[in-house]
Design a protein around this ligand. Sequence first.
Ligand code: HXC
Length: 510
Amino acid sequence: MSDIIQQLEDRRAAARLGGGQRRVDAQHSKGKLTARERLEVLLDEGSFEEFDMFVTHKCQDFGMDKEHIPGDGVVTGWGTINGRMVYVFSQDFTVYGGSLSATHAKKICKVQEMAMRNGAPIIGLSDSGGARIQEGVASLAGYTSVFQNNIKASGVIPQISVIMGPSAGGAVYSPALTDFVFMVRDSSYMFLTGPDVVKTVTNEVVTAEELGGAKTHTTKSSVADGSFENDMEALMEVRRLFDFLPLNNTSKPPVRPFFDGHMRKEPSLNTIIPDNANTPYDMKELVLKLADENDFYEIQENFAKNILTGFIRLEGSTVGVVANQPMVLAGCLDINASRKAARFVRFCDAFEIPLLTLVDVPGFLPGTAQEYGGVIKHGAKLLYAFGEATVPRVTVITRKAYGGAYCVMSPKHLGGDVNYAWPTAEIAVMGAKGAVEILHRTDLGDAEKIAALTEDYEDRFANPFVAAENGFIDEVIMPQNTRMRVARAFASLKSKDIKNLWRKHDNLPL
Ligand code: HXC
């Protein structure tokens, strides 16, 4: 008996060594953790239950039949994060460069399917040279099965990808199908075709970092939702995000203890709006002042900075925040802001996370670049996302809410449940200057008359009261009481239960 137990221990030790000490050292020398070390950081201590530790590849070609490394380049199983269950897979670069074989894919599919069956999120840590070259089409079939499972799981369980090394070729599509993608700066990259192919086909000279590094994907392409300094920081921040999320689409997000009373007043908010309507202020300050313990987990912080998206807690419960940012492009909506916010709203709605919308928007950004780029279709994505969202929704207009952008930013007629405005709100078809220039074109030469007409228009519309008189705004609130009013509004919506009409699926303007 003791011999048999020793045999098990030996086999486990061999599996844990992955591709061997030389390759583990090489991984460390790049400042990267190994697949197993990463799971130790990500999961609660001692909580990891491994599956398929002894699985080996079945390839007979290119001498592969002579070498079998147990685990086949991916560590899979489940564990807990702050006591809540999560399925995981972590690619092991020390084993054939973490490349994906048919058996490697089967291991990932197994945990994906268990995650769906058991209603727990899945987190994938990618560090892979892509398709296992020796296996050819079997590897492609494996990838496709992983993609199919990503699609089945979408909107059912949260899926998070962390790119911690190479992710090239079609392999990038598994992360792209998940809810959140994070990258590690300077040690991860994602692209469909690498710099050499790019040079051959387009004659462009570009480095791997420029083509698909963390900076590119968090500022230009928006493929990634955030990036971190190193493996440790990335994994700790994913743990922090995980705490905001529900386990699946039928369970509520966790309610955490909070040490920040909802009656907290913020007198500084009474003066946050500058006297001059064209002077910006930092909407992030408002978000932080509303949040429990000023904690805001921002998503896509460095992309489309004219809109903020992310999670806060109010009285311990997760709330998704969408907020125009007057500091960038005066808070205008544009193509990128609409895409970014629409995706975030849809995630929140899929997972029953209530939405708080903070509005200060002078309109959609004008110009040929926007029109040629399809701002009509992209703006419609955000309109659509809010319009179909059935989760509790509270909207606060702090200053401008003009034109089409007013209609998009979760107003009453788009299903907003509780719509508040600050006394500084200006709800109108457009700004006073633009309105007067159109209505009184013939008087444009008379500066005095135009000034008087502009003042008239401002008096009539540069306030929240016309909207409030019509019931489009439920209440004009004191800025300092916003946290209390919003928290009470969400509390009143706890049992909200509405459903959209049955359909096979929607047809949002992709
Ligand atoms: C098999 C691979 C491999 C692969 C790397 N290795 N990629 N083995 N299949 N795809 C092995 C190497 O032979 C090496 O083995 C070890 O992993 C580490 O690789 P190195 O090259 O020494 O590491 P590094 O210098 O860090 O370079 C990493 C790399 C490079 C940039 C990822 O290995 C690389 O370019 N690999 C090929 C990438 C690729 O073209 N993949 C296919 C993409 S197409 P030893 O024994 O020396 O340790 C694709 C299609 C998917 O993925 C389609 C899905 C639908």
